[in-house]
Design a binder for this molecule. Structure first.
Ligand SMILES: Nc1nc2c(ncn2[C@@H]2O[C@H](COP(=O)(O)OP(=O)(O)OP(=O)(O)O)[C@@H](O)[C@H]2O)c(=O)[nH]1
Ligand SMILES: [Mg+2]
Length: 440
């Protein structure tokens, strides 16, 4: 890719005031900025040096540590400077102004990592992993992002592409040398076997991807049941805050109340929903519709009912949790073995519900080794690749000619290449890097 002419800078650490603020500079003007603003001819590469940062008029802004990393052995592949100053608001503002006046501009979100990608330091899936490492709130997210950073997705997608290249070589040989002994008909078997095996791998990745995407984006859990069962009370207990309104009026909750929590190392989105009942109230009816939609879209449902009522198991799906609430109001309770008994109001049994949720999540993620898909972008690319391969196999089955098969294989390979950014990077770069923070 074309060599960049401009130099970027940004505050790479959190919002001031903070103990330390690290400013990052990358691009061809870095050494000129060092000379102008740090009054030093050159800095020893990769060694922390105590420096004075000055403004354009020569007035001292702050003293701090500078580390110079000349390209290509830097994060971005360009000349880079990291300057750690006292993390004051005024210091960081004046420091950025001074650096910009010496020949840099403010970086866009993710622009340092984008430059690292463009310099060939990492593929697109590893660049995405950088963002995921920073955004990780749960151990499971972090573990997955680390594996992706280590190349789990890049290696897999590249291996798939390699298999398609092998198929293409066979197909093209049969197109170019149709009369050769071991050409046309003889390639059909091997190519068709390879495509079949690859489609099976893609389908496996797509199926498992539902879980790995959830690890990154959060598992959806809905609390469901009749009005007044105590759903909002349970949500407040599990989230340890007063997120939803609780009253003794049936039909209190209408909109979905969603809280974001980390449970047992997993990020989850826990939803409190409107009590399920027939109603003529239009607002409540809309709430019930939303509750039913949340039930259908959730990874796990918690069915809550008043222990004084009976519970209809018809709506329960395998793996759902059934919880009888308000145990404090009944002397004796006969429930099935899998039904948990709690008193949400007193917090009695809530810890067991939490444990049961975590054990369900563990069950869902059991057996996962390396992630194969972590974002919708990956899933969509793999689905498109699979569609091309389905068409390639149809062409083969119909004896349509190797040219037709080869074209679909080529298109599938292109889709996989887009995932790693080896093909058509411009198409996806904006979307990938816009979600980054500035300074990364
Ligand atoms: N005695 C007793 N009362 C409870 C318990 N849990 C909830 N309640 C009470 O039951 C009433 C309804 O509680 P909510 O949490 O608002 O019930 P809900 O299921 O969210 O109700 P809707 O939003 O109307 O669907 C409130 O008065 C709560 O204080 C419990 O374990 N024991
Ligand atoms: Mg409620």
């Amino acid at each position: 890719m074309a060599l960049r002419q401009d130099t970027i800078c940004a505050l790479a650490t959190g919002q001031p005031p903070a103990a330390i603020a690290t400013l990052r500079i990358s691009g061809p003007s870095t050494s000129q900025i060092i000379e102008k603003r740090l009054s030093i001819k050159s800095l020893t590469p990769r060694r922390a040096t105590l420096v004075d940062l000055r403004d354009a008029a020569g007035a001292l802004i702050d003293s701090g540590l500078a580390i110079y990393m000349p390209g290509p052995n830097s994060y971005t592949g360009e000349d880079t400077l990291e300057l750690s100053l006292h993390g004051g608001r005024m210091i960081t503002e004046l420091a950025l102004q001074s650096i910009m006046a010496a020949g840099a501009r403010l970086a866009d979100p993710g622009e340092f990592t984008r430059r690292a990608f463009e310099a060939g330091k990492m593929d697109l899936t590893r660049a995405e992993a950088v963002a995921d490492l920073i955004d990780a709130e749960s151990e499971a997210q972090l573990g997955q992002a680390l594996k992706q950073m280590d190349g789990a997705l890049e290696d897999l997608y590249s291996r798939w592409r390699g298999q398609l290249t092998d198929c293409l070589a066979l197909l093209e040989a049969s197109i170019d040398f149709p009369d050769e002994e071991d050409a046309p008909d003889r390639v059909d078997g091997p190519v068709s076997d390879r495509l079949e095996a690859l489609v099976a791998d893609l389908n496996h990745a797509l199926a498992e991807g539902n879980i790995t995407e959830r690890i990154r984006d959060g598992f959806k859990i809905a609390i469901l049941g009749k009005p007044n069962a105590g759903k909002s009370t349970l949500l407040n207990q599990l989230s340890k805050r007063d997120a939803a309104i609780v009253t003794d009026i049936p039909g209190t909750t209408r909109d979905i109340v969603e809280v974001r929590l980390v449970m047992g190392g997993y990020l989850v989105w826990l939803s409190d929903t409107a009590g399920l009942r027939e109603t003529t109230d239009r607002v409540e009816a809309e709430g019930v519709r939303r509750a039913e939609k949340a039930a259908a879209e959730s990874d796990l449902r918690i069915w809550l009912y008043d222990a004084r009522d009976s519970f209809d198991v018809a709506q329960v799906k395998p793996g759902d949790l059934i919880v009888a609430n308000k145990s404090d109001l009944v002397a004796r309770l006969d429930v099935s073995r899998e039904t948990m008994v709690i008193s949400a109001k007193d917090g009695e049994g809530v810890a067991q519900v939490e444990q049961a949720i975590v054990s369900r999540l563990k069950g869902m993620t059991q057996g996962l080794t390396a992630p194969m898909i972590t974002r919708a972008r990956h899933r969509q690319g793999i689905e498109r690749a699979r569609q091309h391969l389905d068409r390639a196999r149809e062409h083969m089955a119909q004896g349509a000619g190797a040219e037709f098969t080869a074209e679909e294989v080529r298109l599938a390979s292109r889709e996989l290449g887009t995932l790693t950014g080896h093909v058509d990077p411009e198409m996806v770069l904006g979307a990938v890097f816009s979600s980054f923070c500035i300074g990364k």
